[in-house]
Write a protein that binds this ligand. Structure first.
Ligand SMILES: [Zn+2]
Length: 346
């Protein structure tokens, strides 16, 4: 929302010299009252703007960028609505480890103890019902709680664990390659060696593999090669590749929540145009519905909305920033979209 944006904030913008997006400062924010808004659509993707809002036009013949208004967008015009983000400073992660972060963010889990067992004198970390694993099992068996034997197996005193769950044969094999000696198969996935998992988090500069704000910061710090590797892990975990009409689409299934933003922004930084739609799961007997199921399709970075008729919506107050590089990243629904700025300099 425009009232959450301040001058001096930064937004991913296209550097037309390099063809990459990079962070660019917002220098001004304009609002316009009572402006007619139209919807432009392309396949499973749509945006709203005024008729004279400008977009970045990609000219195939001359391989150059220019600008075109919504109203001036004819059938032959392509908009550049995503581009690969320039390298961040990079993280101390091998390419396979950057991929592992993608598997972890979709199919991983991390447990860390925040309290010790409630049974008096027991020093073990609490897991369930305020009790350590052993005392929790005693309770479950209906036993009277009793102190643990000395020299109890080491596993009982672990206060940290990280798993990546996977049963698809191709996924299991890929994770075996990535993890080598650092992972142990437990029948449903791999438990990472504790010291390795902690070191991996330290090098990724995150504390929790499912924390959306931390993952967004991680993606921003990564090089382009590391981001592509993380995206491969995400697709390996929760995605598929679909070949349709000669081009490959990457699709990721995810329940609605903060990780959807992480995945769309990762795709956008990798140069894709994300399209997030509801996934119909009706007709699966016994499927228990929990939350809203989404499919995130990563499409080509250029859209041709001039092929579909524009739809006029109501007149409303609209806004648009000016940025140093002349473009910015807007959001329509859950989709990040690169678009030209409101340029009053000329
Ligand atoms: Zn205990």
């Amino acid at each position: 929302m425009y009232d959450q944006i301040l001058r001096g904030d930064e937004t991913p913008s296209l550097n037309v010299e390099t063809g990459r997006t990079e962070w660019s400062r917002i220098t001004d924010i304009h609002t316009y009252d009572n402006a007619e808004v139209v919807e432009s659509a392309s396949m499973s993707w749509s945006v709203r703007s005024t008729r004279d809002h400008r977009w970045i036009r990609w000219d195939h013949a001359s391989e150059t960028y220019s600008q075109v208004t919504t109203a001036g967008t004819t059938r032959a015009v392509s908009w550049q609505v995503a581009a690969q983000m320039a390298d961040g400073p990079g993280l101390e992660l091998a390419e396979d480890e950057a991929e592992l972060m993608g598997w972890l963010l979709t199919d991983g889990s991390q447990w860390e103890s925040v309290a010790i067992c409630a049974f008096e004198g027991c020093p073990n970390p609490a897991r369930a019902r305020g009790l350590c694993g052993s005392h929790s099992r005693q309770l479950k068996r209906g036993q009277e709680l009793h102190p643990l034997r000395p020299h109890y197996p080491r596993g009982a005193v672990a206060d940290f664990s990280m798993f990546v769950w996977q049963t698809k044969p191709a996924g299991v094999q890929r994770l075996a390659e990535i993890l080598g000696e650092q992972g142990r198969w437990n029948g449903k996935g791999y438990r990472l060696r504790d010291s390795y998992a902690r070191d991996l988090l330290r090098r990724a500069r995150i504390e929790q593999v499912k924390s959306a704000p931390q993952l967004l910061a991680m993606i921003n710090e990564m090089t382009a090669v590391q981001r592509h590797a993380t995206l491969r892990g995400v697709i390996g975990g929760d995605g598929t590749r679909i070949v349709r009409g000669g081009s490959e689409h990457k699709r990721i299934y995810q329940d609605d929540g903060p990780l959807v933003d992480v995945i769309t922004i990762l795709g956008y930084f990798c140069g894709y145009r994300p399209s997030v739609l509801k996934r119909e799961v009706e007709g699966f007997p016994g499927y228990e519905s929990k939350g809203v199921h989404l499919k995130i399709t990563l499409c080509r970075p250029r859209a041709a909305p001039g092929r579909q008729p524009k739809r006029s919506l109501a007149a409303m107050t609209v806004w648009c920033p000016t940025t140093e590089l002349g473009s910015w990243t807007a959001r329509f629904g859950k989709n990040p979209v690169l678009t030209a700025d409101s340029n009053r300099r000329g």
